[in-house]
Design a protein around this ligand. Sequence first.
Ligand SMILES: N[C@@H](CCC(=O)N[C@@H](CS)C(=O)NCC(=O)O)C(=O)O
Length: 237
Amino acid sequence: MSTVQRIQFYTAPYSPYSHRVRLALDEAGADYLAYEFPNTRTKPDWYYQINPRGRIPSIAYGGPDVPPEEPSPESAKLTESLALIEFIADIFPDSGLLPKDPILRAKARGFIQIYDSWIQPPYKSAFFLGEGTEPILQAIEKLQAALPPTGFAIGQYSIADIAVAPFFVRMLLFLRHGIGAYSQADGDRLREAFASEKFARFRQYVQDLESRPSFQKNWDEAQQVELWKSPPKFRKE
Ligand SMILES: N[C@@H](CCC(=O)N[C@@H](CS)C(=O)NCC(=O)O)C(=O)O
């Protein structure tokens, strides 16, 4: 089996996509170096050598011990949070983040696909664009139906839970603090719905995600509220 090489992780505290990777690294017990960008969307020129799209997260994997701002041509430049969490599961096979059983692997990937295809678009529309909240409620009902009666998405904690946790915990945080582009009436409707019996399974699932030690280690509610109070991408009416 190959030995794990140097992991230089590029991240920022506001970023839910980066949060996925941080959770995977900590769940796997990885040794890694983290470079934290401040809460700005602009990236320095050197960063485009690592991710030509200028997005976070990314990982420079392997190569010599260099400063994070001077990436070596010898490291592999890896991007896209879902690819990164699978990569971490691959290099730490004993972490169980991606089980060996092909059926469970397919279930984990399927759950992530449900999130990406069904939840992410109405979440963005409701919270970032203020385009109404009914579609996100319908989508979360579908996701609830994909969950087992108790516990994590595929039974054991896996990349499926890691992929959704940063988004669901932020979603409920935003609602508690009135953060987002939705109208007052839509916010009230969402809060009422999520507090109802119909969404009890979803609430429990998010609570389980949040209770995970790796999540607790990487979550500061007050900091998140501060970071998200007026991010440039929220379009308030
Ligand atoms: N599909 C990418 C999305 C990454 C992404 O959009 N990251 C945000 C931070 S959460 C970013 O870098 N935004 C910079 C920008 O908006 O210019 C992934 O899964 O890694």
